[in-house]
Design a protein around this ligand. Structure first.
Ligand code: SF4
Length: 321
């Protein structure tokens, strides 16, 4: 914790002494490239869960899959790069690596000097983790791999269709390329495990942090369940005082493990960081949004010169569950 405080203090001092020029555009843009396309059916997913009627209703209504036109992306990249754009996030609903023009997004990032911030389900479809890593790592700031257990049983029961052995091997392969590129003096892309806290996985949180450290993952990050369906509302860790207590205990245990394994060591690729939020007190919530409790551990590498973010999205879609 002392290391965290020192690092944070250093960042704040650097930020306050920096002379920066504000630019007019957003520093980051999220593109909802392909919300209807995924190869998994996570139980908490607003679009693709077996509990969700949304995709079936779209089919019945004869609606086509939503796919963002590349012409729009090209135009936004060109205009954004000239006005301060530093980072883009492709679809956080659906699997972005299944977007048929994803390679062109990578090329646009390289051409405009814009970083890619990717959330993926860890299946690395089509070409496999190593080949995807070779393509992605040079332009990517952070790869968030959706991760929902420390055991096969737990992970596969949440992310329906995922195969534990495959996703673990994928992370290992991705991190190996990340380390090779960094060792050769190239970009060091951060790798993050991102989970949804659930009654069925929160007891494995400390083990997820251990696994992350074993695999060379830099950070473990989680958010509370968006209970889009009554069937999964009992999995929320915000639903009553007992669940909140179990969640707090799990986070404390996970942070202790993260500390033992070298939390926030900027020089060690084997460290893990727990970045998450706490429920405020013991007030249960039936809120269907993830909540806005304060973060207990959050580090930014640099403050962007322009602070606005922008979402290019569809009228009816929301973010990944
Ligand atoms: S949460 Fe993400 S990976 Fe899981 S089904 Fe939904 S879009 Fe796919």
């Amino acid at each position: 914790m002392a290391e965290l405080e020192a690092l944070y203090g250093e960042m704040l001092a650097r930020r306050d002494s920096a002379r920066v020029t504000a630019l007019p555009g957003p520093w980051r843009i999220t593109f909802d490239t392909n919300p209807d396309t995924c190869n998994l059916r996570c139980i908490m997913c607003e679009e693709h869960s077996p509990h969700s009627p949304k995709q079936e209703l779209r089919k019945l209504a004869g609606k086509p899959r939503r796919l963002m036109p590349m012409e729009l992306l090209r135009r936004v990249f060109a205009e954004g790069a000239a006005s301060g754009l530093r980072e883009v996030i492709p679809s956080t609903m659906g699997e972005p690596l299944l977007f048929e023009h994803f390679d062109e997004i990578v090329d646009l990032c390289a051409a405009h000097g814009v970083k890619l911030n990717l959330t993926t389900n860890g299946t690395f479809p089509g070409r496999g983790a190593r080949a995807w890593a070779e393509r992605l790592v040079p332009v990517t700031s952070d790869v968030k791999v959706s991760w929902n257990g420390a055991t096969r049983e737990t992970h596969e029961a949440v992310m329906l269709g995922a195969r534990w052995d495959v996703v673990v091997d994928n992370v290992r392969a991705f991190v190996a390329v990340r380390d090779e590129v960094a060792a050769a003096g190239g970009n060091r892309c951060r790798v993050t495990f991102q989970l949804t806290f659930l009654e069925t996985n929160v007891h494995e949180l400390a083990d997820i942090v251990s696994l992350a450290a074993d695999l060379g993952v830099d950070r473990v990050k989680g958010h509370h369940l968006w209970a889009h369906f009554d069937a999964i509302a009992p999995l929320s860790m915000r639903r009553d005082a007992g669940a909140i207590d179990r969640w707090n205990a799990a986070v404390d245990e996970a942070r202790a493990v993260a500390s033992r394994r070298g939390v926030l060591s900027r020089t060690s690729s084997r460290s893990a960081m727990v970045s998450t939020s706490r429920p405020a007190g013991h007030a249960p919530s039936s809120d269907r949004r993830p909540g806005s409790a304060p973060r207990v551990a959050s580090i930014r590498a640099a403050r962007p010169t322009n602070s606005a973010e922008l979402w290019a999205t569809w009228a009816t879609s929301t973010r990944r569950g």
